[in-house]
Design a protein around this ligand. Sequence first.
Ligand code: TA6
Length: 296
Amino acid sequence: EHRKGANGLDKVVLREARRISAEVYLYGGHVTSWKDEHGEELLFVSNKAIFKPPKAIRGGIPICFPQFSNFGQLEAHGFARNKIWSVDTDPPPFPVPISSRAYIDLILKPTDEDLKIWPHSFEYRLRVALGPGGDLMLTSRIRNTNADGKPFSFTFAYHTYFSISDISEIRVEGLETLDYLDNLQDRARFTEQGDAIVFESELDRIYLGTPSKIAIIDHEKKRTFVVRKGGLPDAVVWNPWDKKAKAMADFGDDEYKRMVCVEAAAIEKAITLKPGEEWTGKLELSAVPSSYYSGQ
Ligand code: TA6
Protein backbone atom coordinates (compact mmCIF):
# COMPACT_ATOMS: atom_id res chain seq x y z
CA GLU A 1 0.00 0.00 0.00
CA HIS A 2 1.64 3.24 -1.17
CA ARG A 3 0.83 6.51 0.52
CA LYS A 4 2.06 10.01 1.03
CA GLY A 5 3.67 10.54 4.42
CA ALA A 6 4.84 13.69 6.18
CA ASN A 7 5.81 16.53 3.83
CA GLY A 8 4.52 14.56 0.84
CA LEU A 9 7.29 11.97 1.11
CA ASP A 10 6.38 8.55 -0.26
CA LYS A 11 5.89 5.71 2.17
CA VAL A 12 4.82 2.09 1.98
CA VAL A 13 2.47 0.61 4.58
CA LEU A 14 2.73 -3.12 5.29
CA ARG A 15 -0.16 -4.89 7.01
CA GLU A 16 -0.40 -8.36 8.48
CA ALA A 17 -3.20 -10.05 10.38
CA ARG A 18 -5.03 -8.17 13.14
CA ARG A 19 -3.55 -4.71 13.66
CA ILE A 20 0.07 -5.63 12.92
CA SER A 21 1.67 -3.10 10.56
CA ALA A 22 4.85 -1.33 9.56
CA GLU A 23 5.70 1.80 7.57
CA VAL A 24 8.73 2.41 5.40
CA TYR A 25 9.70 5.76 3.89
CA LEU A 26 11.45 5.67 0.52
CA TYR A 27 13.44 8.57 1.95
CA GLY A 28 16.29 6.71 3.64
CA GLY A 29 14.74 3.26 3.12
CA HIS A 30 13.69 4.15 6.62
CA VAL A 31 11.26 2.14 8.76
CA THR A 32 9.32 4.64 10.88
CA SER A 33 6.61 2.47 12.40
CA TRP A 34 6.12 -1.08 13.63
CA LYS A 35 2.88 -1.89 15.44
CA ASP A 36 1.86 -5.00 17.35
CA GLU A 37 -1.48 -6.83 17.27
CA HIS A 38 -3.00 -4.23 19.60
CA GLY A 39 -1.98 -1.46 17.23
CA GLU A 40 0.61 -0.29 19.73
CA GLU A 41 3.71 1.44 18.35
CA LEU A 42 6.97 -0.38 19.14
CA LEU A 43 9.47 2.01 17.57
CA PHE A 44 10.31 5.46 18.83
CA VAL A 45 10.09 8.45 16.48
CA SER A 46 10.69 11.90 17.91
CA ASN A 47 7.80 14.37 17.97
CA LYS A 48 10.35 16.82 16.59
CA ALA A 49 11.55 14.56 13.78
CA ILE A 50 12.08 16.50 10.55
CA PHE A 51 10.67 14.57 7.61
CA LYS A 52 12.58 16.55 5.05
CA PRO A 53 15.75 15.85 3.09
CA PRO A 54 18.63 16.20 3.75
CA LYS A 55 18.04 15.63 7.48
CA ALA A 56 17.66 11.97 8.44
CA ILE A 57 14.43 11.07 10.24
CA ARG A 58 14.99 11.02 14.03
CA GLY A 59 13.76 7.63 15.15
CA GLY A 60 12.60 4.35 13.61
CA ILE A 61 15.38 2.45 11.86
CA PRO A 62 17.88 4.68 10.06
CA ILE A 63 20.25 2.72 7.84
CA CYS A 64 23.87 3.69 8.47
CA PHE A 65 25.79 2.94 5.25
CA PRO A 66 28.51 3.03 3.96
CA GLN A 67 29.87 4.43 7.21
CA PHE A 68 28.85 4.17 10.83
CA SER A 69 29.17 7.45 12.78
CA ASN A 70 32.39 9.26 11.86
CA PHE A 71 34.52 6.12 11.34
CA GLY A 72 35.79 7.59 8.05
CA GLN A 73 35.65 10.67 5.85
CA LEU A 74 31.96 10.65 4.95
CA GLU A 75 29.15 12.51 6.69
CA ALA A 76 28.10 10.95 10.01
CA HIS A 77 26.40 7.57 9.50
CA GLY A 78 26.95 7.70 5.73
CA PHE A 79 24.54 8.83 3.02
CA ALA A 80 22.02 5.97 2.62
CA ARG A 81 19.69 7.48 5.23
CA ASN A 82 19.55 10.74 3.25
CA LYS A 83 18.74 9.30 -0.16
CA ILE A 84 15.45 8.59 -1.88
CA TRP A 85 15.33 4.84 -2.47
CA SER A 86 13.24 3.14 -5.19
CA VAL A 87 10.83 0.25 -5.02
CA ASP A 88 12.61 -2.78 -6.48
CA THR A 89 9.93 -4.27 -8.70
CA ASP A 90 11.99 -7.19 -9.90
CA PRO A 91 14.28 -8.32 -7.06
CA PRO A 92 16.47 -11.36 -7.62
CA PRO A 93 15.36 -14.35 -5.54
CA PHE A 94 16.02 -14.06 -1.83
CA PRO A 95 17.87 -17.03 -0.32
CA VAL A 96 15.13 -17.79 2.21
CA PRO A 97 11.55 -17.43 1.00
CA ILE A 98 9.42 -15.68 3.57
CA SER A 99 6.04 -16.86 4.70
CA SER A 100 4.55 -13.36 4.87
CA ARG A 101 2.97 -11.53 1.98
CA ALA A 102 3.52 -8.22 3.80
CA TYR A 103 6.87 -7.15 2.48
CA ILE A 104 8.50 -4.55 0.27
CA ASP A 105 11.76 -4.57 -1.66
CA LEU A 106 13.69 -1.34 -2.02
CA ILE A 107 16.86 -0.54 -3.90
CA LEU A 108 19.53 2.14 -3.69
CA LYS A 109 22.18 2.76 -6.33
CA PRO A 110 24.65 5.64 -6.31
CA THR A 111 24.03 8.69 -8.48
CA ASP A 112 26.89 10.48 -10.27
CA GLU A 113 26.91 12.94 -7.35
CA ASP A 114 27.20 10.08 -4.83
CA LEU A 115 30.11 8.61 -6.80
CA LYS A 116 32.03 11.84 -6.30
CA ILE A 117 31.70 11.44 -2.54
CA TRP A 118 32.23 7.67 -2.42
CA PRO A 119 33.69 6.38 -5.70
CA HIS A 120 32.18 2.90 -5.61
CA SER A 121 29.38 1.46 -7.60
CA PHE A 122 26.97 -0.68 -5.59
CA GLU A 123 23.48 -2.11 -5.50
CA TYR A 124 21.87 -2.08 -2.09
CA ARG A 125 18.69 -4.15 -1.85
CA LEU A 126 16.61 -3.87 1.28
CA ARG A 127 13.68 -6.13 2.07
CA VAL A 128 11.37 -5.12 4.92
CA ALA A 129 8.93 -7.87 5.93
CA LEU A 130 6.36 -8.49 8.63
CA GLY A 131 6.10 -12.05 9.88
CA PRO A 132 2.63 -13.49 10.54
CA GLY A 133 3.30 -13.29 14.29
CA GLY A 134 4.26 -9.64 14.03
CA ASP A 135 8.04 -9.92 13.81
CA LEU A 136 9.76 -7.22 11.78
CA MET A 137 12.52 -8.45 9.49
CA LEU A 138 15.02 -6.39 7.54
CA THR A 139 17.40 -7.96 5.07
CA SER A 140 20.12 -5.90 3.41
CA ARG A 141 22.00 -7.22 0.43
CA ILE A 142 24.85 -5.07 -0.77
CA ARG A 143 26.71 -5.91 -3.96
CA ASN A 144 29.89 -4.45 -5.36
CA THR A 145 29.14 -3.52 -8.99
CA ASN A 146 32.43 -1.69 -9.58
CA ALA A 147 33.51 -2.06 -13.20
CA ASP A 148 37.07 -1.00 -12.38
CA GLY A 149 37.89 -4.24 -10.55
CA LYS A 150 38.27 -2.46 -7.21
CA PRO A 151 37.05 -3.79 -3.89
CA PHE A 152 35.33 -1.45 -1.41
CA SER A 153 34.90 -1.48 2.34
CA PHE A 154 32.10 -0.18 4.52
CA THR A 155 30.77 -0.12 8.06
CA PHE A 156 27.10 -0.49 8.79
CA ALA A 157 24.31 -0.25 11.38
CA TYR A 158 20.56 -0.68 11.70
CA HIS A 159 20.26 2.30 14.07
CA THR A 160 17.04 1.04 15.69
CA TYR A 161 15.17 3.33 18.14
CA PHE A 162 12.92 1.25 20.42
CA SER A 163 9.96 2.74 22.24
CA ILE A 164 10.15 2.01 25.99
CA SER A 165 8.22 2.98 29.10
CA ASP A 166 11.09 4.61 31.00
CA ILE A 167 14.84 4.43 30.42
CA SER A 168 15.41 3.93 34.18
CA GLU A 169 13.20 0.83 34.17
CA ILE A 170 14.77 -1.21 31.39
CA ARG A 171 17.76 -3.44 31.02
CA VAL A 172 19.61 -4.85 28.05
CA GLU A 173 20.74 -8.47 28.24
CA GLY A 174 23.13 -10.45 26.07
CA LEU A 175 26.16 -8.18 26.17
CA GLU A 176 27.60 -9.27 29.54
CA THR A 177 31.38 -9.86 29.73
CA LEU A 178 31.92 -8.45 26.22
CA ASP A 179 34.46 -5.85 25.22
CA TYR A 180 33.14 -2.50 24.07
CA LEU A 181 34.42 0.80 22.72
CA ASP A 182 33.15 3.72 24.78
CA ASN A 183 32.21 6.58 22.50
CA LEU A 184 32.14 8.90 25.51
CA GLN A 185 35.79 8.11 26.30
CA ASP A 186 37.55 8.49 22.95
CA ARG A 187 36.43 4.99 21.97
CA ALA A 188 38.68 3.42 24.58
CA ARG A 189 38.20 -0.32 25.02
CA PHE A 190 36.61 -1.71 28.20
CA THR A 191 35.06 -4.99 29.29
CA GLU A 192 31.45 -5.05 30.43
CA GLN A 193 31.29 -5.96 34.12
CA GLY A 194 27.56 -5.76 34.85
CA ASP A 195 24.98 -8.57 34.70
CA ALA A 196 22.95 -6.48 32.28
CA ILE A 197 23.10 -2.92 31.00
CA VAL A 198 21.04 -0.43 32.99
CA PHE A 199 20.82 3.29 32.33
CA GLU A 200 21.64 6.07 34.80
CA SER A 201 23.31 8.56 32.48
CA GLU A 202 24.34 9.05 28.87
CA LEU A 203 25.56 5.82 27.31
CA ASP A 204 27.10 5.35 23.86
CA ARG A 205 29.00 2.10 23.36
CA ILE A 206 29.95 -0.29 20.60
CA TYR A 207 29.88 -3.87 21.92
CA LEU A 208 32.17 -6.14 19.92
CA GLY A 209 31.64 -9.67 18.68
CA THR A 210 28.23 -10.05 20.31
CA PRO A 211 25.89 -13.05 20.32
CA SER A 212 23.26 -13.04 17.59
CA LYS A 213 20.51 -12.40 20.15
CA ILE A 214 20.05 -9.40 22.47
CA ALA A 215 17.05 -8.64 24.70
CA ILE A 216 15.64 -5.33 25.90
CA ILE A 217 13.54 -5.99 28.98
CA ASP A 218 10.93 -3.37 29.81
CA HIS A 219 9.66 -4.12 33.33
CA GLU A 220 6.93 -1.50 33.36
CA LYS A 221 5.43 -2.52 30.02
CA LYS A 222 6.01 -6.20 30.83
CA ARG A 223 7.42 -6.47 27.33
CA THR A 224 10.69 -7.81 25.99
CA PHE A 225 12.13 -6.89 22.63
CA VAL A 226 14.28 -9.61 21.15
CA VAL A 227 16.83 -8.46 18.60
CA ARG A 228 18.25 -11.17 16.34
CA LYS A 229 20.93 -10.37 13.82
CA GLY A 230 22.98 -12.04 11.13
CA GLY A 231 26.18 -10.89 9.43
CA LEU A 232 26.48 -8.11 11.99
CA PRO A 233 28.99 -8.92 14.73
CA ASP A 234 28.74 -5.69 16.75
CA ALA A 235 25.96 -3.95 18.67
CA VAL A 236 25.67 -0.28 19.57
CA VAL A 237 23.75 0.79 22.67
CA TRP A 238 22.86 4.48 22.90
CA ASN A 239 20.83 6.82 25.05
CA PRO A 240 21.62 10.54 24.80
CA TRP A 241 20.28 11.44 28.28
CA ASP A 242 19.24 15.00 29.14
CA LYS A 243 22.14 17.20 27.99
CA LYS A 244 22.59 15.67 24.56
CA ALA A 245 18.80 15.52 24.15
CA LYS A 246 18.66 19.30 24.62
CA ALA A 247 21.47 19.78 22.11
CA MET A 248 19.60 17.92 19.33
CA ALA A 249 17.22 20.21 17.43
CA ASP A 250 15.07 17.32 16.20
CA PHE A 251 14.63 15.61 19.57
CA GLY A 252 12.44 16.65 22.53
CA ASP A 253 14.17 17.52 25.82
CA ASP A 254 12.48 14.68 27.73
CA GLU A 255 12.19 12.14 24.95
CA TYR A 256 15.36 10.32 26.01
CA LYS A 257 13.28 8.72 28.76
CA ARG A 258 11.10 6.91 26.23
CA MET A 259 13.71 5.51 23.84
CA VAL A 260 16.79 3.36 23.60
CA CYS A 261 18.87 2.52 20.57
CA VAL A 262 20.16 -1.04 20.25
CA GLU A 263 21.81 -1.30 16.87
CA ALA A 264 22.91 -4.40 14.98
CA ALA A 265 26.15 -3.30 13.36
CA ALA A 266 29.44 -4.11 11.67
CA ILE A 267 31.91 -1.48 12.83
CA GLU A 268 35.15 -2.73 14.32
CA LYS A 269 36.03 -4.77 11.25
CA ALA A 270 34.87 -3.12 8.04
CA ILE A 271 33.22 -5.37 5.47
CA THR A 272 35.13 -5.65 2.20
CA LEU A 273 33.52 -6.73 -1.06
CA LYS A 274 35.32 -7.51 -4.28
CA PRO A 275 33.52 -6.74 -7.56
CA GLY A 276 30.61 -9.15 -7.97
CA GLU A 277 30.58 -10.07 -4.28
CA GLU A 278 27.53 -9.58 -2.11
CA TRP A 279 27.07 -9.19 1.65
CA THR A 280 23.90 -9.93 3.59
CA GLY A 281 23.03 -8.31 6.93
CA LYS A 282 19.86 -9.32 8.75
CA LEU A 283 17.81 -7.90 11.55
CA GLU A 284 14.81 -9.60 13.11
CA LEU A 285 12.81 -7.90 15.86
CA SER A 286 10.17 -9.50 18.05
CA ALA A 287 8.16 -8.02 20.90
CA VAL A 288 6.98 -10.59 23.44
CA PRO A 289 5.24 -10.38 26.80
CA SER A 290 8.01 -10.61 29.44
CA SER A 291 6.35 -13.66 30.97
CA TYR A 292 7.06 -15.56 27.73
CA TYR A 293 10.70 -14.59 27.65
CA SER A 294 12.91 -17.17 29.29
CA GLY A 295 16.26 -15.66 28.42
CA GLN A 296 17.45 -18.33 26.00
O1 TA6 B 1 24.73 5.15 17.45
C1 TA6 B 1 25.04 6.11 18.38
C2 TA6 B 1 25.40 7.40 17.70
O2 TA6 B 1 26.47 7.21 16.81
C3 TA6 B 1 25.68 8.43 18.77
O3 TA6 B 1 27.03 8.74 18.92
C4 TA6 B 1 24.74 9.57 18.46
O4 TA6 B 1 25.24 10.77 18.25
C5 TA6 B 1 23.75 8.97 17.50
O5 TA6 B 1 24.31 7.87 16.90
C6 TA6 B 1 22.88 9.82 16.61
O6 TA6 B 1 23.53 10.27 15.47
P1 TA6 B 1 22.82 11.26 14.49
O7 TA6 B 1 23.81 11.54 13.40
O8 TA6 B 1 21.60 10.58 13.98
O9 TA6 B 1 22.46 12.50 15.28
